[in-house]
Design a protein around this ligand. Structure first.
Ligand code: NAP
Length: 298
């Protein structure tokens, strides 16, 4: 049986370099893509130790180069296609200080390129055994997790790529291809900085386990490096009697915020616990959640 193959973008440093090493240690063939292989001394050293690593030139925003690489690799099944390359853009990028040109540049790398990569290599993934496309996103792209605001450029680029992942998961399901989005943790790299919570071996070991285990059940999900699912958004809202309004209401509507989900839900404004027998959970995706509450008899 031939060795499984992973293609990784941005494989010359940071998380991409560590993933390259760890997959090679596991016996995988690694198609390690980077912008300038001649300057990638750490990757070159890895290649000398692990012959199953092949270094390839790819700037993920050069779509002509991407197409010719896909043509060059047309007979190579790719079990995992991993969009890892990413940029943060100017630090800060807070309200009143957002550079539009820099924003477009970040969107090109973090959001558009992963879709172009999937389009370019879909046949090779479909021809493989594992059939997985994955994108290294970030929890900073999670709408539910955004409690501090700011960082418009990076946050939006990762939120948008999560939507790319979700659409790809739907569009490619018929070909048996799974598509997932990953959060690598806050990692000590050039991007994450020296004060980050975890090192690259810890992040990459977790990501590798998630990537190797992912299948159709995980397709369309946003997963942490430890395998935990990250909610795309608040998935449920709570309804119950609000003492402040003296009528049944969605807590999210009467208080402006959701404080608890489940049988012990309480209205954030009146602080009164709702009658648990009367608590309904309502999908936030429901176009008219209040109508659903009424229908549920709460
Ligand atoms: N570190 C964290 O805490 C953290 C947290 C959440 C998510 N992430 C995500 O994890 C991924 C890897 O980040 P990292 O921390 O390893 O960052 P990093 O150390 O800054 O490495 C970024 C990598 O992306 C490559 N890259 C950038 N633009 C490229 C382009 N146009 N074409 C090809 N490669 C390009 C870089 O190549 P060059 O050397 O040529 O620039 C480099 O290999 C990113 O998508 C990032 O957003 C990181």
């Amino acid at each position: 049986m031939t060795a499984a193959t992973i293609l990784i973008t941005g494989a010359n440093r940071g998380i991409g370099l560590e993933l390259t090493q760890q997959f090679a240690v596991d016996g995988w063939t690694v198609l390690a893509c980077c912008r300038n292989p001649a300057d990638a001394s750490d990757l070159q050293q890895l290649c000398e130790r692990y012959p199953s690593i092949e270094t390839l030139t790819l700037d993920v925003t050069d779509y002509a180069q991407m197409q010719s690489l896909a043509a060059q690799l047309q007979d190579r099944p790719i079990d995992i296609l991993l969009s890892n390359a990413g940029i943060y853009g100017p630090r800060g990028s807070n309200f009143g200080d957002v550079d539009a040109a820099a924003w477009r540049e970040v969107l090109e790398v973090n959001t558009i390129a992963p879709l172009m990569l999937a389009q370019a290599f879909v046949e090779q993934v479909a021809a493989s055994r594992h059939k997985l496309i994955a994108v290294i996103s970030s929890k900073m792209g999670s709408i539910a997790d955004n409690g501090s605001g700011g960082s418009y450029i990076y946050r939006t680029s990762k939120t948008a790529v999560n939507q790319v992942v979700k659409s790809l998961a739907n569009d490619l399901a018929g070909q048996g291809i799974s598509v997932i989005s990953l959060h690598p943790g806050w990692v000590q790299t050039d991007m994450g900085g020296a004060n980050a919570e975890i090192n690259t071996p810890t992040s990459a070991a977790g990501l590798k386990a998630v990537l190797q285990a992912a299948g159709t059940e995980q397709s369309g999900q946003f997963l942490e490096y430890n395998g935990d699912a990250i909610p795309w958004q608040f998935s449920r809202r709570v309804a119950g009697r609000c003492n402040w309004l003296n009528r049944y209401q969605l807590s999210a509507i009467c208080s402006g915020m959701l404080i608890r989900v489940g049988r012990d839900a309480a209205c954030a404004r009146c602080r009164a616990s709702t009658n648990s027998a009367r608590v309904a959970t309502v999908s936030a995706a429901q176009p008219n959640p209040l109508a659903m509450v009424m229908k549920s008899g709460v």
